[in-house]
Design a protein around this ligand. Structure first.
Ligand code: ACO
Length: 308
């Protein structure tokens, strides 16, 4: 039950399960990707969470609150999936707050208006769905199964974002300008979510061979652009890229050059909100120490108690 079984499972498009033998490098890659994904969900609660107290109506507040709670749930399923590989949840959080593990670049940008809540739903969650639907067929069972539920909830998030933007676009000129300003700020960072171009991607080739990833970064980015252009037209906003146009020969939209130096800067910790995001997470973790201690003490008492 070693390499041969692993290779056959991957070849047959079946799932690797926690108790199966797997190469150390596969385990390391899975822990890295799942942990980064979990951290992204948890850090991703912050930019929109800031608007819960300022939502313009009770209905919008209830929707936003539910959405941010969903992100927490996604983070928790994903930490559980990482635990099935032998990772320790506290250890993962410590790696996040000490900068030894990454989270998505997108959550290092500020949310300046309520339109950003809609645009994050539409573009950021739209990009997340594009990236994550193929991960429902990822080769590691617990990750693939977590993705199914996460994608269903992400679809609701995307639709609520689009609906919010439609409401704003039916409003005043000032509201329409607010939406356009938000689209201008989030479009390029959304394209960067898919990672570096294939030629510079460290892990894609191996992750595709192991069927962890089913498409390359550039393939998914192109799919996202093609999917989003008609949605932008229906909404009545302009995507801020003068080079964006349909290419009939390719059967896809061409788009302008992404500023890869910006992605590198944000990934390496120097984005507009990196320090703030990690500070908030660190404080929450430290403030929660007494809860973890109390839970551990309670569990120890339960174990020590004589059974009746
Ligand atoms: N933000 C931060 N780091 C990134 C990003 C990004 N947008 N894109 C790539 N990176 C990192 C990779 O994690 C990797 O770093 P590491 O070697 O230190 O671990 C490095 O840049 C090189 O990139 P790749 O070789 O292309 O990495 P990979 O094959 O893992 O592909 C991708 C990156 C596409 C993000 C992949 O990991 C993935 O699909 N992850 C699952 C989805 C996910 O994490 N989504 C989070 C945001 S969505 C949301 O939460 C709403």
């Amino acid at each position: 039950m070693t390499q041969e079984h692993f290779d056959r499972t991957i070849d047959r498009d079946q799932r690797i399960e926690p108790r199966d033998w797997m190469p150390d490098a596969y385990r390391t890659t899975m822990v890295r990707q799942i942990a980064q994904h979990a951290h992204s969900e948890i850090i991703g609660m912050q930019p929109e969470g800031e608007w819960i107290t300022r939502a313009p109506s009770l209905r919008r507040k209830a929707i936003l609150l539910a959405k941010v709670q969903d992100e927490a749930g996604h983070g928790l399923y994903l930490y559980s999936a990482a635990e099935t590989l032998g990772a320790d949840r506290t250890g993962l959080t410590e790696k996040l707050i000490s900068g030894r593990q990454k989270y998505s670049s997108i959550f290092n940008y500020p949310t300046l208006s309520f339109a950003d809540v809609g645009v994050i739903g539409w573009l950021v969650d739209g990009a997340a769905i594009c990236n994550q639907v193929p991960l429902c067929r990822s080769s590691y069972g617990p990750y693939a199964r977590a993705m199914i539920r996460i994608c269903k909830e992400e679809s609701f998030h995307q639709r609520q974002g689009y609906e919010l933007l439609m409401a704003l676009m039916r409003g005043t000129d000032a509201q329409r300008e607010m939406v356009q300003d938000s689209v201008n700020r989030w479009w390029w960072p959304s394209l960067m979510m898919f990672g570096p171009p294939d030629a510079d991607s460290t892990h894609t080739a191996q992750s595709m061979a192991w069927k962890i990833k089913r498409h390359t970064n550039d393939e998914l980015r192109q799919r996202f652009v093609d999917m989003t252009v008609p949605q932008a037209e229906a909404l009545g906003v302009t995507l801020p890229d003068p080079d964006l146009r349909w290419n009939a020969d390719r059967g896809h939209h061409d788009f302008g050059e992404i500023d890869w130096s910006e992605l590198k800067r944000v990934i390496s910790g120097d984005g507009p909100c990196n320090a703030e995001r990690i500070d908030v997470r660190r404080t929450a973790h430290e403030d929660g120490a007494w809860v973890r201690e109390a839970a551990a003490a309670h569990a120890a008492k339960q174990t020590a108690a004589p059974s009746s």
